[in-house]
Design a protein around this ligand. Structure first.
Ligand SMILES: *Cc1c(COP(=O)(O)O)cnc(C)c1O
Length: 364
């Protein structure tokens, strides 16, 4: 059954927080700690398609212990932000790219695709209901988390015949509260994030579950993130647990690992390919080996390294560490190319620079 066009009802939260309570949260929201007064829900079955779209008071979901997602992890998600511009209007950055990626993730996880009008409509409906929760100023944003999971109560192993889609929203502070800081990255040699033919290119919770142990190892070595190599040869740079990588070369070109089938296709990664060209850099997608990173950092061919993703936008990488060694890029401080690319992207998102590529969609 194909889904009907997007439609949603609204049930206003009778226990919504007061303006005072909300302002206290928005003054220092952090990341992922606080949630708005509403959430979006819809369900899919083979008979109905996507149906029963509704904005309802934010609150716990009741989950039967035999709900399929709890056992077999058939789940996918997205992450995007709403930004307030100087005139008070609210905008999304390339939301149709998130919609398309969620459809690709759904395909890989044998979940039903959510039509683009449902994806955009659900976000629009939630942002409208919780407009007062979109924080303004100082690189704050409203982080939106659409997700979909197998909600059939059944322990058999097959694609779920009942699926739930939801969107929740969380006010987010500036990722780098005290100014942009360069971080150290731990090289995981024992674990992979994803394998050939696996789910690395899908945005699914299971990939994150697999990255938590190496992530903890990274933290134990004083590193903020972990870098993964390909699982076949343990040679080619893939990405971090939740961010893609870029290398700035001494000839001014910027290089990002080509999509190998096990790398997540980041929308920030893709946007930086365009912004890099706009700023006059040659942009290259190709395989980058771990030896090239080590060697390039040592001989100066690689002058800057940065990671990118929606949450932190662009994070400068000061060094790569491994058991018994370290490769420092440049002088270990955020480099000029990294900083310029970050500013160019953030300026478009917050409406301070012209939206040359039609990336912004107004939602309020
Ligand atoms: C979401 C994600 C990214 C970054 O994607 P953006 O669309 O830029 O936010 C990179 N790697 C992984 C594994 C991710 O899940």
């Amino acid at each position: 059954m194909t889904s009907t066009p997007f439609a949603a009802t609204l049930t206003t939260n009778p226990a919504a927080r007061t303006a005072e309570q909300r302002d206290a949260i928005l003054a220092d929201p952090g990341f992922g700690n606080h949630f708005t007064d509403h959430m979006f829900l819809a369900e899919w079955t083979p008979d109905t398609g996507w149906a029963d779209g509704r904005v309802v008071p934010y609150g716990p979901l009741q989950i039967d212990p035999a709900t399929a997602v709890l056992h077999y992890a058939q789940e996918i998600f997205e992450g995007l932000k709403a930004y307030v511009h100087a005139d008070g209007s609210v905008w999304l950055f390339r939301p149709e790219a998130n919609a398309a990626r969620m459809q690709r993730s759904a395909q890989r996880l044998a979940l039903p695709e959510l039509p683009t009008d449902w994806f955009l409509g659900s976000i629009q409906a939630l942002v409208e209901a919780d407009r007062a929760w979109v924080p303004a100023g100082g690189e704050k944003s409203l982080y939106l988390r659409p997700f979909m999971f197998a909600s059939e109560v059944f322990l058999g192993v097959r694609p779920s015949q009942h699926v739930t889609y939801s969107v929740i929203a969380s006010p987010a502070g500036a990722y780098f509260a005290g100014g942009v800081q360069a971080v150290s990255i731990w090289l995981s040699t024992e674990y992979s994030r994803a394998g050939a033919g696996g789910t690395g290119a899908a945005k699914c919770g299971g990939n994150y579950a697999a990255s938590l142990l190496p992530q903890r190892e990274a933290a134990e070595h004083g590193c903020a993130q972990v870098a993964f190599l390909d699982s076949t040869e343990q040679k080619w740079i893939e990405e971090l647990g939740g961010m893609n990588l870029y290398f700035v070369q001494s000839d001014g070109s910027i290089v990002t690992p080509s999509l190998s089938g096990s790398i997540l296709e980041g929308i920030t990664r893709d946007s930086i390919m365009q912004i890099g060209r706009d700023l006059g850099h040659e942009v290259v997608e190709r395989r980058v080996s771990i030896d090239e990173w080590r060697q390039g950092a040592a001989d100066g061919t690689i002058t800057e390294v940065f990671a990118c993703g929606t949450a932190a936008v662009v994070t400068p990488v000061a060094s790569l560490k491994w058991e018994g060694g370290e490769a420092v890029s440049g002088d270990g401080q955020p480099g000029k190319v990294t900083t310029d690319i970050r500013s160019a992207l953030v300026d478009v998102q917050y409406g301070r620079a012209e939206d040359r590529h039609g990336w912004l969609t107004r939602v309020s």
